[in-house]
Design a protein around this ligand. Structure first.
Ligand code: C2E
Ligand code: CA
Ligand code: CA
Length: 659
């Protein structure tokens, strides 16, 4: 059944109707159509059963009223044969249910009256009069056995009743009391069975309206889930797959291609000198350029039966199935050529070229070893850096033997292990504000890392690496201590949030460490909030679960980060009593469309209904800020309200705020 808006509206209003308000004709028709087959079967079965019973009663006619019994018996048999043949012909001709039901009602009338009016001609007056009592069977059958529409059941059963009453009262030689008892009995039977028929029809209708409501809700939930999934999987600017979706694509490819004996090629792409392009032409032109490039990557990916997505900023990723390194090189070269063919002019390149080009690093799965996406990405990343080294606008295929593959990003593991000691890691703080008043309430701590040569390494690159090597435990503890020292020791009124990864949460003794830091600095636990991401699978981990409970008991706040992007979102909400929920910025980006806006509204309403403090991330414009205020969001965060900045800048901001 197609659920239209019209049907949704009618079902909604019908569910609120009281019993005396009548049934909605459109819904009624839908119900009849839905039950058509079943009712047809019921009518056919009913008539066959009725005909057999009707004929069997012929024996009691012969026994009770010997003078007319045989005639009645013959009538019964004749009528049964005619009715059943007509019924079967009607079904064979595929007559509509309405016609079959009307015919059934007429058959009942004929059988009742035929029997009745022959019987009362018997000379056994008293007996015949008493025998008319069986007329009630026809009344009951019409009302209760055939699922007739109420109007049809009422009309035909009333006619049978009238016939029965007429038959009894017309027998002048029966005493008045007997007549009275009969009339009373027939009318009571009619009233009761009509009431039951009405109740049944009413209940069938209401069950249908309720099931329709449930069906509508389910459809809405499925549709919402589909939208959520789509938003969670696409890059808002280019509409390409995002990082999350790409890793799923990788798993899917892994399953299908490896089984066919093929390899998966992973090509990491970086747009050359894109920052300069952006700075000289502005962000709008920059965005336009990224969109054109994304189309170009997608077309190339399509040509090689692969998929392309945006990996972050100006980095893109292409996954495809390849037979060998030669084929991988063909795809990578095709990418570079396709971009150059676009001839997008770049006015501010430090080299001699004047158009947009890309650098690419490519690698592929081996028969043994390197199967994990993270490992392949690291390899592709090294190859990409080798391309950048070789004056850009080129591609490099990863080669574990080549020394320059290790040259530029060094060994990330080594870097991470020495990061704190050599002060390569630092923290920046982004303000979190009251969405209603704009008041500064706290800061989110974001980690920054520099390579030995000073080049910044993005969190999406080093955080997963630190999780892999376990360095995140030390880095994370350091971040908590540093953030509290920077923001909570002297200042007494704001809070600070720190991101924690699953690895930290799973580490035994993590809450104890946090308690130690808090007490050594003399900071109240509630001023620290730990942000956990719903995507991480601590759901099943006993240790992580216990740690979260202990941290909560300690008084530390636990916030749910990136809500809406993972798949366990709703289940997670019920798992822990989160102190706040941060809605991922992708939902705010989607708000340009009406659908996206209603999705965000629904989300906020749902979270507020469950009494969560709601924060929306990624506020980049004044309009977005006004929208959040209007939606009743509690907290907000984003570039428009404050960029992530080092502590010195935060202090200056605060001083300005006070002054
Ligand atoms: P996140 O926790 O969702 O952090 C918010 C990210 O959004 C930050 O990126 C921030 O700079 C960026 N952002 C804030 N406002 C806006 C805005 O208005 N528009 C846009 N486009 N972006 C905005 P960043 O610093 O690159 O961090 C990326 C991710 O790395 C973080 O996402 C977090 O998951 C992780 N991360 C950062 N620091 C740490 C840390 O100390 N520990 C752990 N475990 N993870 C961290
Ligand atoms: Ca966060
Ligand atoms: Ca977030």
């Amino acid at each position: 059944m197609q659920i239209t808006d019209e049907l949704v509206r009618r079902a909604k209003s019908a569910a609120g109707n009281a019993w005396w308000e009548g049934q909605d004709p459109v819904l009624r028709q839908v119900l009849d159509e839905r039950n058509e087959k079943q009712n047809l079967r019921l009518a056919r079965f009913g008539l066959w059963a009725a005909a057999i019973t009707y004929v069997s009663f012929g024996f009691s006619d012969i026994y009770l009223l010997p003078d007319v019994g045989s005639l009645v018996f013959l009538f019964r048999i004749g009528l049964a044969i005619v009715v059943l043949s007509l019924l079967e012909t009607g079904i064979w001709l595929r007559l509509p249910l309405k016609a079959i039901q009307a015919f059934s009602a007429m058959a009942i009338l004929a059988s009742a009256f035929g029997w009745l009016f022959i019987s009362i001609t018997s000379s056994e007056r008293q007996l015949a009069a008493e025998y008319t009592i069986f007329g009630t069977i026809f009344i009951l059958a019409t009302n209760l056995f055939f699922n007739f529409r109420f109007s049809l059941a009422a009309a035909s059963s009333s006619i049978v009743t009238a016939g029965c009453i007429y038959a009894t009262t017309s027998m002048i030689d029966v005493d008045f009391k007997t007549k009275f008892i009969h009339v009373l009995f027939f009318t009571t039977s009619l009233t009761f069975s009509l009431y039951l028929a009405w109740r049944l029809s009413h209940e069938r209708y209401h069950t249908f309206v309720n099931s329709l409501q449930a069906q509508i809700q389910e459809q809405v939930a499925i549709e919402k889930g589909r939208q959520l999934k789509k938003i969670a999987e696409t890059d808002p600017l280019t509409g390409m797959l995002n990082r999350r979706a790409l890793s799923q694509e990788f798993f899917a490819l892994k399953r299908s291609e490896l089984a066919l004996g093929k390899h998966i090629g992973v090509i990491l792409i970086d747009v050359d000198f894109f920052k300069r392009y952006n700075d000289s032409l502005g962000h709008d032109i920059g965005d336009e350029c990224l969109i054109r490039l994304s189309q170009c990557f997608q077309e190339t990916a399509c040509a090689y039966h692969g998929v392309a997505g945006r990996y972050g900023g100006e980095e893109f990723l292409l996954l495809c199935s390849v037979r060998d390194k030669e084929e991988l090189a063909t795809v990578a070269k095709a990418l570079c050529d396709a971009v150059e063919a676009l001839k997008i002019s770049h006015p501010d390149r430090p080299d001699k070229r004047d158009i947009i080009t890309i650098s690419a690093g490519a690698t592929m799965t081996e028969t043994e070893g390197a199967m994990e996406l993270s490992v392949l990405l690291q390899q592709a990343d090294r190859a990409l850096y080798a391309s950048k080294f070789a004056s850009r606008a080129t591609f490099t295929i990863y080669d574990p033997e080549a020394v320059h593959m290790h040259a530029s990003r060094q060994n990330l593991a080594l870097l991470l292990s020495e990061a704190v000691e050599r002060e390569l890691v630092s923290l920046v703080y982004q303000p979190i504000k009251d969405a209603q008043t704009g008041k500064l309430l706290g800061h989110e701590t974001l980690m920054r890392l520099r390579d030995f040569d000073g080049t910044p390494i993005h969190p999406p690159v080093f955080i997963p690496a630190a999780e892999q090597t376990g360095a995140i435990v030390e880095l994370g503890n350091w971040a908590i201590e540093q953030a509290l020292t920077d923001l909570c020791v002297e200042d007494n009124d704001t809070f600070v949030t720190v991101n924690v990864s699953a690895v930290q949460l799973k580490t035994p003794g993590f809450p104890l460490k946090v308690a130690e830091i808090l007490s050594s600095l003399g900071v109240q636990p509630h001023r620290l909030a730990l942000e956990v991401t719903e995507g991480i699978d601590i759901y099943m981990e006993v240790e992580a679960h216990r740690n979260i409970e202990n941290l909560k008991r300690l008084g530390v706040q636990i916030w749910l980060d990136d809500f809406g992007t993972g798949f366990a979102g709703l289940a997670w909400l019920n798992r822990f009593r989160f102190d706040a929920v941060k809605i991922d910025r992708s939902f705010l980006v989607e708000c340009q469309s009406e659908q996206g806006l209603s999705l965000l509204e629904d989300m906020v309403r749902m979270l507020k209904h469950q009494k969560f403090t709601v924060l929306v991330e990624g506020v980049e414009t004044g309009e977005q800020r006004a929208l959040l205020k209007q939606l009743g969001v509690d907290l907000m965060q984003g570039y428009h309200l404050g960029m992530p900045a080092p502590i010195e800048k935060v202090e200056r901001r605060k001083a300005r705020g006070r002054g």
